[in-house]
Ligand binder design. Structure first.
Ligand code: APR
Ligand code: PHB
Length: 393
């Protein structure tokens, strides 16, 4: 065992939640160390979400990590809901005077990792066998293995930002008893390709063959999804088969043409809603995917990770600067309040846009009525817009 290191906040996980938290603490002069299980190359290679709420954009600006995003990100003033080919645009900007930013999570991760390197925030990759100790005491510590050598990190607080399959929630006493979950009977097959997007805005399409989404990462990189069975094998989906299906579900007209290209990445992910309502125990706090999962339909996963760490940083700053413990004590309640609203929105968008197995005619009529109401009601569109751009922190 090497001599113990010491920091104020030990952050487990170098995804968006952990990296963003490190920056929020660093700008306030609070020390932290990030322990990440994977290599930098692996972490950067993961293809994930791509729509940022204005709150997430503002956080990145606040910590001074927005230069590339402000230069390369695309401001979207609206998006479309399509049902059986009939399109309804939700004009976000006109309705709530706010846009969203299309900028890949992969890019944010790179920007935040670069900022850690520039600012001297220790980000330890390939930290293996991370284990949490004594977090119900005033002197917690974390052990891990680096390059085969056992290490110990003493700290005041442990931030569990290690995603859905991490060690922190698994170690949190009694967490399973506080879990609320809904599993959807389908998944999303995603394809990433260096071709121009079919439209300048996102299109969420409810089609009789299932849901499809036309998204993008830039003016030259497209991201598309189709609803599929979770038992499907990605090997059975050639690029051509995916493009054929997208053309059917999104409509390939002269107005909107899908440009085909080789896939840079394709994969199938299940959809679920999950909340662990126990987000803290003693000096251990969970944030991001470590404590909740949303179906991707509302683009809320990354943005919820950002709002969680904003609340956690706020509480830690009050703890260190004013000796005020109220924020830490109230962290779970404050975070859950926003989490459940994002869960509701993601669930309702999923409900509205997907074809469920065993759907009855009545169920389908409800979707149609919902869409028709949205099409004709500024109030309904405003409610969607308000949620899509992100509820205030
Ligand atoms: N020890 C150290 N690091 C770990 C461990 C562990 N035992 N287990 C997992 N990790 C790391 C993962 O390798 C990953 O880099 O924790 C990180 C968690 O990052 P994310 O999964 O990206 O989760 P989060 O930061 O909460 O971001 C949430 O990411 O998955 C998307 O849809 C989700 O957009 C949302 C966002
Ligand atoms: C994406 O581009 O990956 C994306 C966009 C919007 C969503 C979900 C995913 O709702």
């Amino acid at each position: 065992m090497e001599a113990p290191q010491r920091t104020q906040v030990a952050i487990i996980g170098g995804g968006v939640a952990g990296l963003m938290l490190s920056q929020l603490l660093h700008v306030e002069g609070i020390d932290c160390v990030i322990l990440e299980r994977q290599t930098r190359v692996y972490t950067e290679g993961r293809i994930r979400a791509g729509v940022l709420e204005y709150g997430t954009v503002n956080l990145l600006r606040r910590v001074g990590v927005s230069e590339r995003m402000d230069r390369l990100g695309l401001r979207h003033e609206g998006f479309a809901l399509m049902d059986d080919g009939e399109k309804t645009r939700i004009p976000l900007h006109d309705l709530v005077n706010t846009d969203v930013m299309v900028y890949g999570q992969t890019e944010i991760t790179i920007d935040l990792m670069d900022a850690c390197a520039e600012r001297g925030i220790p980000l330890i990759f390939e930290a293996k066998e991370v284990a949490l100790h004594d977090f119900d005491s005033a002197a917690p510590y974390v052990t891990y293995i680096k390059d085969g050598v056992p290490q110990r990190l003493d700290c005041d607080v442990i931030a569990g930002c290690d995603g859905a399959h991490g060690v922190c929630r698994a170690t949190m006493p009694d967490a399973a008893a506080h879990a609320v979950e809904k599993v959807y009977p389908f998944g999303w097959l995603g394809i990433l390709s260096d071709v121009p997007p079919m439209d300048h805005e996102l299109i969420y399409s409810n089609h009789e063959r299932g849901f499809a989404l036309a998204s993008q990462r830039s003016l030259t990189r497209s991201r598309y999804y189709i609803q599929c069975d979770v038992t499907e094998k990605i090997e059975d989906w050639s690029d051509e088969r995916i493009w054929d299906e997208l053309e059917i579900r999104l409509g390939d007209t002269t107005e909107h043409r899908i440009t085909r290209g080789p896939s840079l990445e394709k994969s199938i992910a299940p959809l679920r809603s999950y909340v662990c309502e126990k987000m803290q125990h003693g000096r251990l706090f969970l944030a991001g995917d470590a404590s909740h999962i949303v179906p991707p339909t509302g683009a809320k996963g990354l943005n919820l990770a950002a709002s969680d760490v904003y609340y956690l940083a706020d509480a830690l700053i009050a703890h260190y600067k004013q000796g005020n413990e109220a924020g830490l004590k109230g962290y779970t309640d404050r975070a859950l309040n926003r989490i459940w609203k994002a869960e509701r929105f993601s669930w309702s968008m999923t409900q509205l846009t997907h074809r469920f197995p065993n759907m009855t005619l009545f169920d389908r009529k409800m979707q149609k009525a919902d869409l028709s109401y949205i099409r004709g009601s500024v109030a309904a569109q405003t409610a969607i817009a308000e949620n899509y751009v992100g509820l205030p922190y």
